[in-house]
Ligand binder design. Sequence first.
Ligand code: DHB
Length: 399
Amino acid sequence: MTMTRTQVAIVGGGPAGLMLSHLLHGSGIECVVVDNRTVEEIRTTHRAGILERDSVRLLAETGVYASGHERVITHGDRHGGIYLRFGGESHHIDFEELVGASVWLYPQTDVFVDLHAARVRDGGDLRYGITDTAVHDLDTDLPRVTYADADGQVHQVTADLVVGADGSRSICRDLVAGHDRYFREYPFAWFGILCEAPRSSPELIYARSDRGFALISQRTDTVQRMYFQCDPTEDASAWSDDRIWGELQARLAGPDGFELSEGPVIERTVLPFRSFVQTPMRSGRLLLAGDAAHTVPPTGAKGLNLALADTRVLAEVVERALGKGDLDALDDYTDRALARVWKAQHFSYWMTTMLHRAPGQREHRDFDELRQLGELTSLVSSEAGATYLAEGYTGWPTP
Ligand code: DHB
């Protein structure tokens, strides 16, 4: 067995774990990151693509990039608003005008690649592709993480603190003493595609239609990302390109003559919908970050942004705890992180329920459809309503 002594053992090397280790490195705090996935597995898993203003700042202003080469700025696309589409017409919500902020289209896979490159550049201790990860001795001052490498050799990392940034299938979350969990199930899922096609719109389109929700997002000049509401039991492989385009075209059609550009579908997946929050996010020397502690439905793309916001607060309290010897600083973490999480839960729930069709809803013109249209109409015709959307979408300031 090999033994390593570090200050923070981070379980999970996705964007949350890597961002935290990057921030801690900047404060002179040592850490080791372990993850049972390989770098290639994480790099090729498609996730959401929208970064809030403060997520962009966190990437651009904390030394992730060599100065002057901030890829998130040079390769990402700044979006000053979105379109809400209903009744076959699009309505622009202008974030710049309403709240003086933008978001950036920069996929999570690129965020991961950039953070991974930064950690490698700075000599970070990253251990991917391992198995049998386990956390021990959380009731002592020196908890341990053990795992086996690809050759079956066992390793042990002893640390002052353990962070569970190990995603929605977290092994760490169960170890938080005295936790409570809150769930909300949604009766639908998203069918997500990547396709080879030109952009159909300068900014994202969130569409409500009689056939259910659709989202027209983007990736590059030649590859686009789109989603449409489907049944959670839907089998993605049962959908031909023609059937997918027929469904998307039907949900985007309208009297304004909007044209959705089509092309070969190069990836298709069904994404489940679920809301989950665990509290507290810390007990003793174990702290959780990102999806390990909370997941939101995808509408509004809050998941990665919440994970990055967690790391900002976490890096600060860990620095006070280990850098300045004030362990009580960890007491603040749960309340500060969860304040934002619950705002985002509401925001994602609200965008979801405003734009999706409940199963069992009558084909046409039932109470909920007319109520949704009333809500959307009041939103696009009221500065106060549109400002709530703009503020939540671009992200609340971190206190
Ligand atoms: C994307 C995903 C979302 O959930 C969203 O609200 C906006 C964009 C995306 O993958 O591009």
